[in-house]
Ligand binder design. Structure first.
Ligand SMILES: NC(=O)c1ccc[n+]([C@@H]2O[C@H](COP(=O)([O-])OP(=O)(O)OC[C@H]3O[C@@H](n4cnc5c(N)ncnc54)[C@H](O)[C@@H]3O)[C@@H](O)[C@H]2O)c1
Length: 430
């Protein structure tokens, strides 16, 4: 929304959220915006107060808007039918109900959240049944940005996808959204499709990307058994133009709020339509990711003979990747949890993830009775200079630039991100 405001100065963009603290932070100092993203503060600085506004006044923003983007969270369901797999649609549904209740004039409603296929049908049902008789047109406009490179991805995108109904009013709405993106995106990169293709493209795209990571990670296990080097393998296969070099770097596994939840959602959808084999095929991408995270932590434990009691381990990196402060589903959480279970004492450092977020991530993982004992074995550092280098081993878990220049001579380092050397999981001193 900030980028749309930047590129379309004649359009007023109002971002509303139920979370008042977040909105306050968006209106606060540029160095404390809720999301760390290279280039974002400059965009906000230019547009905020001009045609970009952040507010908790949800009803009045709906009332005034001609077009409403729904970008609420769609996490994995934790209870009820499909728990642990299907997307939880309660935020989308409650958002649609608010729009239906408040809207007194025709609106275009855009699905920006990642949603299961045929969600537009459900949104339309709510809007039409609970609305005030005004006309709603639903568009699907999934977001393909990647955290860490979001601003560049938005300014110089591979494609913008817009799905809409084939009716005259549907196509008119599609054109209105095309006109917004056309302020800075070349026409050949704006793809229009039917709503269902657009909705499914986002899940399919994330599934294909994650599949590449799980594919190379599964081969890293075979390399370690056979003496092949996974980085040499990646290079050799990536030079085939049909395969390409991107997303072929072996690692401790993917994280983030999207890949796992979107693939599980896809798996659930396939099961729902009775496609058990297809469901199992995609489920394997998530299973290999869990295997890889577990395998990495187990390697550290095995190195010390199966017990880490009293061993001092430094966890370098908590964000699920570099250039973001997002740690949702970060492999660091699973690795740290497994090391703690084996008795380790941890120093944790990440350049952007706050101490509060790190403790919150750990809190989620454990039953309340164990949390105090565990926390007594964790120190979170606010600066790399505070790292006590007398650790028994370090685990490099985020590819922050800051870690690439460290001198680990004579230290035992488990490299989960291929940061240090040409060899994945380069274990050893010096
Ligand atoms: N994070 C990404 O990189 C990314 C990329 C592409 C797509 N997506 C999709 O975008 C959606 C949002 O992701 P996110 O990472 O920003 O989630 P998030 O949880 O960080 O943010 C969602 C926000 O929606 C607010 N909200 C919930 N219900 C609301 C309501 N009824 N009215 C107003 N505000 C409400 C919440 O308070 C929260 O601040 C998800 O569907 C996700 O899959 C995310």
């Amino acid at each position: 929304m900030a980028v749309i405001a930047l590129k379309c100065p004649e359009i007023n963009v109002t971002v509303v959220d139920l979370n008042a603290d977040r909105i306050a932070a968006w209106n606060g100092p540029l160095e404390n915006l809720p999301i760390y993203e290279p280039g974002l503060s400059a965009v906000v600085m230019e547009a905020r107060g001009r045609n970009l506004f952040f507010s908790t006044e949800i009803n009045s923003a709906i009332d005034k808007a001609e077009m409403i983007f729904m970008a609420v969270n769609t996490p994995t369901k934790t209870e009820g039918e499909g728990a642990g797999m299907a997307a939880d649609m309660k935020y989308i549904e409650s958002c649609a109900k608010t729009i239906a209740e408040v809207a007194k004039t025709d609106k275009i409603v855009v699905e920006k959240s990642t949603v299961p296929i045929r969600t537009a049908e459900r949104i339309k049902e709510i809007l039409d049944h609970e609305g005030n008789g005004v006309h709603f047109e639903i568009l699907s406009n999934p977001e393909f940005l990647a955290e860490g490179t979001a601003i560049n991805d938005l300014l110089d995108t591979d494609r913008v996808l817009i799905g809409g109904d084939s009716t005259t009013s549907g196509q008119k709405a599609v054109q209105e959204l095309v006109d917004i993106y056309a302020h800075w995106i070349a026409p050949e990169k704006i793809l229009t499709t039917n709503v269902w293709s657009s909705e499914l493209s986002k899940l399919a795209s994330n599934a294909m990307l994650a599949q590449r990571i799980s594919s190379i990670n599964s081969l890293s296990a075979l390399c370690e058994k056979t003496g092949a080097d996974i980085n040499e393998l990646s290079k050799a296969i990536g030079m085939d133009h049909r395969i390409g070099p991107h997303f072929l770097k072996a690692s401790v596994g993917f994280g983030g709020s999207c890949f796992q939840k979107d693939i599980l959602n896809l798996v659930y959808l396939c099961r729902h339509y009775g496609l058990e084999e297809v469901a199992e095929y995609w489920h394997q991408v998530v299973k290999i990711n869990d295997y890889q995270k577990n395998r990495f932590a187990q390697k550290i434990i095995d190195h010390f003979g199966g017990d880490l009691t009293g061993k001092k381990i430094a966890i370098l990196g908590w964000a699920f990747k570099a250039n973001t402060n997002d740690s949702r589903e970060s492999p660091a959480i699973d690795v740290a949890a497994k090391l703690l279970r084996a008795g380790a004492v941890l120093q944790i450092y990440d350049p952007m993830v706050s101490k509060e977020s790190i403790f919150r991530d750990i809190d989620f993982y454990w039953e309340a009775s164990k949390i105090n004992e565990l926390k007594s074995r964790i120190t979170v550092l606010d600066s790399m200079s505070k790292l006590d280098f007398s650790f028994d081993a370090a685990a490099l878990l985020t590819e922050w630039q800051e870690f690439k220049n460290l001198d680990f001579s004579n230290q035992l380092v488990f490299d989960g991100r291929g940061i240090l050397s040409s060899s994945f999981y380069s274990i050893g001193k010096g």
